[in-house]
Design a protein around this ligand. Structure first.
Ligand code: ES4
Ligand code: ZN
Length: 326
């Protein structure tokens, strides 16, 4: 229909996607075979059937297990190249990709293997397909601040390949303030700060992310709807939210997409964006997120255009880069 064609036709930026969450079962099996690693599932279909989650932790358990198939630099290259090609098919012309180094270094894969594979695919995709991308390193918040500090240290030789540092994994019980000291260093070293907050955790965690970590952008942030003063603050400080509708649906953050406060954020002048999070697990890339959200919330073409424009305004592209897009 009409809305679908409109969504497909507009150029978009994706600002919230975990590279490990773009791992499609077909590619997972291919890599398991070539790396002689046993998967606990017998077929692609069995894997897809296992993708029923009751909360964030259910998902994370499967997501971390699947990542164990990634071993060589080529594996990280192929994973990233596959995502970038798929994103471009949705008219994503710029993307800011998260990676979780600790998921890999904890199993003996070197930081350099991970980042070299990912960034080589990003460069090739720009040359071959014209898609631009940046890389955001995330700390796993269920691990200690000391582990995050070690990870930051390993990243310093690659600093020019990393635009920002974020915080992901199990939110409840791991408030942003747990990482206060390491994020001071993150910013001193010249990285932007972002953080997942207000997904399963409360609005208070969004306050901590913006005030203690000085996050320039909040990943998810949907629980901000519970706090009108926070909403004003996000608006005044121009702190964008990267909302992930199908993720929120699949992880039961909301019972149905109709509950998502996207339209309220838009109407309150908050720079809200739509993103896919872990598209291989949550049943849709970016256009599917736009379409299902637009249908559920009755968004107009004008709303959709604002969401797409917000995605560029909320991105870390620089002024000279920006002229290419706007
Ligand atoms: C994630 Cl949906 C979500 N939330 C927190 N951490 C994550 N890592 C990958 N996907
Ligand atoms: Zn996420």
């Amino acid at each position: 229909e009409n809305l679908k064609r409109y969504i497909e036709s507009i150029p978009k930026a994706e600002l919230h996607v975990h590279i490990e969450g773009t791992f499609e079962p077909e590619l997972m099996f291919e890599m398991a075979t070539r790396n002689s690693i046993a998967l606990r599932y017998g077929s692609v279909e069995e894997v897809r059937n296992a993708y029923r989650f009751n909360n964030l932790q259910d998902f994370l358990d499967i997501y971390y297990a699947a990542a164990s198939v990634l071993v060589h630099e080529e594996d990280f290259y192929d994973l990233t190249a596959s995502y970038l090609r798929r994103a471009l098919a949705d008219n994503v012309i710029h993307t800011e990709i998260f990676f979780d180094p600790q998921t890999h270094t904890a199993r003996g894969i070197s930081f350099s293997t991970v980042i070299n594979g990912i960034t080589r695919a990003m460069e090739d995709a720009r040359k071959k397909w014209g898609i631009s991308s940046k890389l955001i390193m995330c700390f796993l918040r269920h691990l200690s601040e000391a582990s995050a500090s070690e990870t930051l240290q390993s990243a310093l030789p690659y600093r020019e390949k990393i635009i920002a540092v974020g915080l992901d994994s199990s939110e409840k019980g791991h408030p942003p303030g747990k990482f206060f000291n390491v994020f001071n260093r993150v910013r001193e070293e010249g990285f932007f700060a972002v953080a997942h907050a207000g997904e399963e955790g409360p609005a208070e965690y969004v306050w901590e992310a913006i005030d203690l970590l000085e996050a320039e952008r909040i990943d998810h942030g949907v629980r901000s709807i519970d706090d009108p003063i926070l909403m004003e603050e996000l608006c005044d400080r121009e702190i964008p939210l990267t909302v992930c509708p199908l993720s929120n649906l699949k992880l039961k953050v909301v019972k149905k997409l109709e509950e998502l406060p996207v339209k309220i954020f838009l109407d309150n002048g908050i720079r809200v964006t739509l993103n896919s999070d872990d598209p291989a697990y949550f049943g849709g890339y970016i256009n599917e997120n736009y379409l299902q959200t637009a249908e559920a919330l009755g968004l107009s073409k004008n709303d959709i255009f604002t969401l797409a424009r917000n995605s560029f305004m909320a991105s870390f592209i620089t002024e000279p880069e920006r002229s290419r897009f706007l």
